[in-house]
Design a protein around this ligand. Structure first.
Ligand code: ADP
Length: 259
């Protein structure tokens, strides 16, 4: 059992390094190839639409170039650039990309509850995580359905989601109207290389990457799904306030010397 555990950990490490990169790259290539294919079909009939698809292919290629730039930067140890990010704004900025990646038969709705809260994250990494979830949703809906991404701010009590410590979190919920999952599948989805997709289509690395991202951010991920009822994956990331925690609550000033 000890050896089995070590084997799992080893697979996880390999999965996160090489496979994670391959998976992201694959998603980007899917955007490029999909865009070019649609452009090829429409170029004679509808040049404007074809141009839009070419733009989306270009964006996918730019993302792939950005990924390789970051890989190169890895050896200089500055691959991740964390900064305060407001999830509502980040997701709103992705809505064109999401529309194009998911195709016309999927309605994409982006909703922001408007807390204005920030979290500390690498912007590109968080975008890739959301793109992973959206591509999974597309696959589960067989290209047709409703994708809703809802961002909010929320206070969680200890253990409310997984093992989360009590505190304030921003949440990003990605919800689809797809096939849903059986309890047996739900139990295994975060394992590296677990996939129910045909060979060549699924790598089984998307959700394990999502999992390691939230863990690294000291957040949590919640999964709600049932066969035939769709799936909601919710990320909880610690709120970033930009202030160091005060050592202690300062004593209140007596009213007569208050400014
Ligand atoms: P991959 O997408 O390459 O299979 P993932 O780790 O992203 O790898 O997903 C693992 C498995 O979890 C999928 O093969 C699928 O069975 C299931 N899954 C993930 N997301 C969804 C979803 N939104 N709806 C239904 N099933 C899903």
């Amino acid at each position: 059992q000890e050896a089995q555990l070590r084997q799992i950990q080893k697979m996880e490490a390999i999965g996160q390094l090489t496979g994670g990169i391959a998976h992201d790259f694959n998603n980007m290539l899917a955007v490029v190839l999909g865009g070019l294919e649609l452009a090829r079909r429409q170029i004679a009939l509808d040049p404007t639409a074809a141009n839009r698809h070419i733009d989306s292919a270009t964006e996918g290629a730019n993302r792939a170039a950005e990924l390789t730039r970051r890989l190169l930067a890895f050896s200089r140890e500055d691959a991740l650039h964390t900064e305060p990010v407001e999830p509502g704004a980040l997701v709103a900025g992705m809505s064109d990309l999401l529309d194009r990646t998911l195709g016309d038969a999927v309605t994409v709705t982006v909703r922001d509850a408007g807390s204005g809260w920030h979290t500390r994250a690498d912007r590109h990494q968080l975008e890739n995580v959301i793109l992973n979830l959206a591509v999974n949703a597309r696959d589960a809906m067989d290209g047709r359905g409703q994708l809703t991404i809802t961002t909010a701010g929320t206070a969680l009590s200890h253990g409310a989601v997984g093992a989360c410590p009590a505190g304030e979190y921003v949440s990003i919920a990605v919800s689809d109207t797809g096939s849903g999952m059986t309890p047996e599948v739900m139990e295994r989805v975060f394992e590296p290389f677990f996939t129910t997709k045909p060979v060549g289509k699924g790598t089984g690395l998307g959700l394990s990457q999502v999992f390691s991202f939230v863990r690294q951010a000291e957040g949590e991920v919640a999964l709600r799904s049932a066969p035939g009822e769709g799936t909601t994956v919710t990320l909880y990331l610690p709120r970033h306030t930009g202030q160091a925690a005060p050592a202690a609550t300062p004593p209140a000033l007596p009213a007569d010397i208050a400014p």
